[in-house]
Design a protein around this ligand. Structure first.
Ligand code: GLU
Length: 475
């Protein structure tokens, strides 16, 4: 069988992580089977064609590395299919159903019936009826049961009556989701419908239509929900639930794809680091779990840092500079400068595996680009003791006058200043680190001082001493 699948998002302007995972499982399945992956924008509810909302979808898929194969443009590059451009097809189909007595015109809305009142339009059905402006169309519910074997959820069975004579085409002529979905899945010869399990109860509604049209039904695979760490459905409330936010935070697309693939799917074996080609080779719909998946940002971050290790230094620098520009810390013009490039390379190298995704350069390295640092008040105790203050002042002085600026030279200044003040090196090292970076952890202190430079280091130490007076003075 030639596998044909589709991703069918509505253009909401927002690409929820769960939707991206749905797209991914379709894409992985298609690519693994040598099949076709279709992108279909389900925009019949939209008042107007929302260009930007569609871009959110196509940019998101493209960023993560998912390409689609077909579209209404014969020449390619293929644009997605838009349901709003296919209204004639739905109308033709609904007329066929009306003519066969499988659907009927509904006059309730046109005649101003109260929305909660029972519809008796089925009885008004007459031979020769066809779609007419201002009238909705309802399905003749056949009763009985709809059953199917879900690839993920197993055998499912529903009493059809509960869905009533649901609406296929609204009075404004637009098809409802369930109707357009079936017409298109058939027209596009979709073999597998892979979507979120929030659509499970739509499936029997759709199966009634497959029966009426006499269409061969596709196979269904309903994917488990993605939950936040607290067990509730992943939402904006959990922080980043949209794809764009991860892209903006400087996550790597391969890492994000890898992490998403593990949400609801368990590869055979222990391996979790799986670049796209490997995911494609290993992915099987049968291995999708039935139980909900949980999104853990730490897991994504740790996978991302594994992918970061595979980057060339120049690529890491680009990730860092993108994040710094985005945060307004660097201006884009300064980037071409070779001195700035090597400074960035040094910083990235110094941060080592503290730099696990783009935006962390801002979190851990913004001070490298600042004139001054703000030290949180709860770190005041690093500057409280007289002997430490003495050593800090001496170190500042020696930094400024250092004849050479190497990490060895910096180390001997630091150790010398500490021992002159009768101190171990540690309290001085901690004090300098806080003064220079506003943080208690980071790269090697001697690397930190080297990168901040003699004048800025001395200046930051003096400012810290001014900002936080000695313990004795505060009493
Ligand atoms: N437009 C629907 C959605 O975004 C598509 C569901 C389906 O794949 O059938 O949820």
């Amino acid at each position: 069988m030639n596998v044909r699948v589709r991703f069918a998002p509505s253009p909401t302007g927002y690409m929820h992580v769960g939707n991206v995972r749905t797209a991914l499982f379709n894409w992985l399945f298609a690519r693994g089977q040598g099949g076709v992956f279709i992108l279909r924008i389900e925009d019949t509810d939209q008042q107007r064609h929302v260009e930007e909302a569609v871009e959110v979808i196509t940019d998101g898929l493209t960023w993560i590395g998912m390409d689609w194969d077909e579209g209404p443009d014969i020449e390619g590059p293929y644009g997605p299919y838009f349901q709003s451009e296919r209204l004639d097809l739905y109308h033709e189909h609904v007329d066929r159903l009306i003519a066969d007595g499988g659907a009927y015109l509904c006059y309730c809305e046109a005649e101003g019936a109260a929305p909660e009142s029972e519809c008796h339009c089925r009885e008004r059905h007459a031979a020769g009826d066809s779609l007419s402006p201002g009238l909705a169309v309802r399905l003749v519910n056949p009763g009985g049961r709809s059953e199917f074997d879900d690839i993920v959820g197993g055998h499912l069975s529903f009493e059809n009556e509960q869905f009533g004579d649901y609406i296929l085409v609204k009075s404004d002529g637009t098809p409802t989701y369930n109707f357009a979905n079936v017409v298109d899945d058939n027209a596009m010869r979709v073999t597998h419908v892979i979507r979120g399990d929030d659509h499970v109860s739509n499936t029997p509604r759709q199966l009634m239509l497959y029966e009426k049209f006499g269409y061969e039904r596709p196979k269904f695979a309903h994917l488990p929900q993605i939950l936040g760490p607290d067990g509730a459905r992943l939402s904006k409330r959990h922080g980043a639930a949209s794809l764009t936010e991860y892209r903006d935070q400087g996550f790597l697309p391969e890492a994000f794809m890898n992490y998403l693939a593990l949400l609801g799917w368990s590869p055979q074996g222990e391996r979790e680091f799986m670049p796209p080609e490997e995911l494609v080779a290993q992915f099987h719909l049968e291995d999708v779990r039935k139980s909900p998946a949980q999104f853990h940002i730490e897991k994504l971050v740790s996978l991302n840092s594994m992918y970061m290790e595979t980057l060339e230094p120049g690529e890491k620098r680009r990730l860092a500079s993108d994040a710094l520009v985005k945060a307004g810390i660097l201006d884009a013009e300064s980037l071409g400068d070779p001195e700035m490039e090597s400074y960035l390379d040094d910083i990235v190298e110094a941060l080592g595996n503290r730099f696990r995704y783009g935006a962390q350069i801002v979190e851990f390295g913004a001070h490298f680009f600042a004139d001054e640092v703000t030290i949180p008040v709860d770190l005041a105790s690093y500057f409280a003791e007289d002997d430490v203050r003495c050593a800090l002042a001496a170190a500042a002085e020696s930094f400024e006058n250092a004849p050479e600026w190497t990490e060895d030279a910096i180390e001997s200044i630091v150790r010398g200043s500490a021992s002159e003040a009768g101190l171990k090196a540690a309290p001085l090292i901690h004090g300098i680190r806080v003064a220079l970076s506003g943080m208690t952890a980071g790269p090697s202190l001697f690397t930190l001082v080297r990168l901040v430079g003699p004048a800025r280091s001395a200046d930051r130490i003096r400012r810290a001493l001014e900002t936080f007076p000695a313990a004795a003075e505060r009493k």
